[in-house]
Design a protein around this ligand. Sequence first.
Ligand code: B12
Ligand code: SF4
Length: 531
Amino acid sequence: MTAFDNFFTRHGWYRDTSLPNRLLISRAVARSKKIVLFFPAFASTEATAPLSLLAVATPLLRSGYRVTIVDSTITPNFKQRVLDEVKDALCLGVSLVTGPMIRETVEISRAVKAWNKDFPVILGGWHPSLMPMQTLEADFVDVVVRGQGESTMLEVVQHLEDGASLQGISGVGFKRDGMIVFNPERPLQPLAELPPKAYELADFDAYERICGRRWAMYISSLACPFNCSYCTNAGVYGRQWNGLPPDQVVEETVDISTRYRLEMLWIVDDNFLVDIDRALKIAEGLVRTGVRFQWSIQATTNLTARLSLDELRMFRRAGLHQICQGVDSASPKILNLMNKTFQDFDSIYQSAERCVKAGIRPSFNIIFAYPGEGDPERRQTIDFIMDVCRRFPGAEFWTNIFTPYPGSPIMQHAQENGIEVPRTLEGWADYFPRYTVLPWLRGNAHRRVQVMRDYLRLAFDRVPIAKLDSGGMARLLQKSLSYPARWRLDHDFYALPFELSINRKLKRYVSVAKPTVDAKQLEPAVGANCP
Ligand code: B12
Ligand code: SF4
């Protein structure tokens, strides 16, 4: 999005397009009380109910609408299902982030439009929020909702039902008489003012069949006070952190986990530990209830390191089993470029040591090939990973190749450095960290980093959310491959990677429950947003 787009979509404006001159809300569309929400597959086995749609659903349900969620991950014939469901519905809402989810968004929206070109298709979530103009330019999209969707979607639906214009609904972009119209942004609502998520709509049995584990996402706070240069969060949620009161978190998490018999909750807050007193009260409250379920959080290393060993042990007693933390690089130069100066190496080591001692798994994220990272900086990071994993067995690292997202501070710089920015909504479908080839990391250099990442996966254990059962023998063989993998990483030697082909063969014996709609078997993306 250009600065121009940004300004005008923020304050509201009109733009003439060469779109066919038609009213968005055709009188031909049934005035139904039924809303269909679609969640496209996100190429991961970490299947659970989409929190975004559960959030959007509550105000609709409370206002008397019926909501049907079709999640492609648990619905093999999802296209037909959506087409059947929309027949007597008022509109279709789709939630998506930048990347592969766009593929099915386009497929479904086009199919719906082929059935009835006047049927309203509404897109919401991170990608439409960050690229509202380009998203709305797609001929199969009628409305984009920017930012929080609870109140906006309800208002959109009410206006559609009444056949009224969407003019005046903040946070909405839409088409009218061949024009793209953006209303002003909707001010952010603190989480405490938002209604609880409609977990009752989730088919947890179906998710469990795919993932092998019964779990859900929960959100207890919004935003993050930091501003890492690769992060999109400030672009949508600002930097004004706000959280739910501890009692509410305890009550809701206990209720959800018992009601739906959940084994685990992933608390998706950007930075759960911003208010340490609140976090401690949540843990104390959970200990007091005596209800046991596992939970994991995302937090920065500097905040994790502020917790003493005793406090971490208390968190463990409360069920906390994993803290995802974005280390991102072990090069001070790169951390500086990432605007991550709040993180120092002492705190990373302290966090790893205390978490492991307390029985909490420290999960660290790494980003390779950030602009400015050369071989020496990458080597520093590998050495650091090896050191932490050897000194603190149980610590784990998840790596990605840098992918600049629209709305992040680094995006402009990345473009100047030759990153090709897709020009259409569909163009963003292949924009994905696992495939990313950067202008400064192509060909052999790119292959080398991918092989190195494969060896890192082999060298040290990691625990994904999805249950992967490799069987005793395969596990033993995989374990034995970890030693040559470590040797290679220590010596920076990746030629003739025969261990990787053995491992790939072994993986054939691993029974992975996977979404039938996901054609590519990809590494599970746990802790995608570890700060
Ligand atoms: C959980 C999560 C995941 C899970 C998703 C699991 C699932 N079943 O949904 C998993 C692990 C799969 C995942 C994967 C990835 N993720 Co992710 N993930 C998140 C996380 C941490 C929480 C999302 C969430 O549920 N929030 C709570 C809900 C309530 O809020 P929400 O999603 O913002 O929804 C609200 C609004 O957006 C809006 N809305 C959303 N949908 C809709 C739909 C309609 C119709 C309407 C009206 C409104 C609306 O209303 C909602 C309520 O207010 C966010 C970070 C964050 N702070 O949100 C990153 C985040 C969404 N992920 C991100 C990324 C980059 C990824 C990955 C590419 C990471 C990777 N390394 O592979 C992959 C991509 C997946 C794919 N294949 O496309 C980015 C997205 C950036 C972008 N431009 O789109 C985020 C923002 C992290 C970040 N800061 O960079 N992720
Ligand atoms: S990457 Fe994490 S720590 Fe950095 S700004 Fe984003 S959410 Fe905050």
